[in-house]
Design a protein around this ligand. Sequence first.
Ligand code: ZN
Length: 198
Amino acid sequence: MAKRQILTFPDARLREVSEPVSSVTPEMKALVKDMLDTMYAAKGIGLAAIQVGEPIRLLVIDTRPLPAEKNQDSEEQEDPMTALEKKVTQPLVIFNPEIIEGRGSVTYDEGCLSVPTYYETVERYQWIKAKGLDADGKEFTLETDGLLAICLQHEMDHLDGKLFIDRISFVRSQKIKNQIKKHGYGEKPVKKKEESAL
Ligand code: ZN
C-alpha cells in the first residue's frame, strides 16, 4: 500500500499534457497499484496519473457502488450501474485512452479529487466507445454509458491538462478559480449535493 499525494488546482502540473506510453514497465505497474490505493483512500472513482504528479497517459477508474451504499436500507434500491457499465471489468486500468466514438449527451454534477469540495454540472457524451492498453499493455476496446462513461471522459481531460471547472460557463469558472486561489479549499462541499469525486 502506497498512497501518493494528490495535486490540487492551481498546481501547474495539472495543466501538463501527459505523454503516451509505448510499453507498460514494472514501474508503471507499481504506479497503477499506488494510484488505486490513493483513489480508494480518497473515496474517489477515478484518478489520472498526472493527479499524483506522473505525466503519463494512464487512468484508473472504479465506479462500482460501495457495499455500504448498496445495503443502506432494506428497501429495494435502483441499481446505479447500467448493463453496459457492468460489462466492463473494474477497476479499469487504461493507458493511452482514446475515444473512438461518442453519442448523445448527458449532464452530471462532477467533482474532482484535484478540486475538492466543488461540484459543477458538466455535459458529456452519454455513450462512448474507447480504446487503450490494459494493465499488461494489451490493446482493448470498451463501450460504456452511465457513470463510467462520464468518469472516463472526465479523467481523459486530465491527460490534456484540462479540469472540469474549465468546462462550465466562463463567469462561473473564473469565480471558482479566483475563490480557490484566494481562500484555498474548505472542509465542506460548496454545493450541498455530494457526489463521488472523479
Ligand atoms: Zn478529476
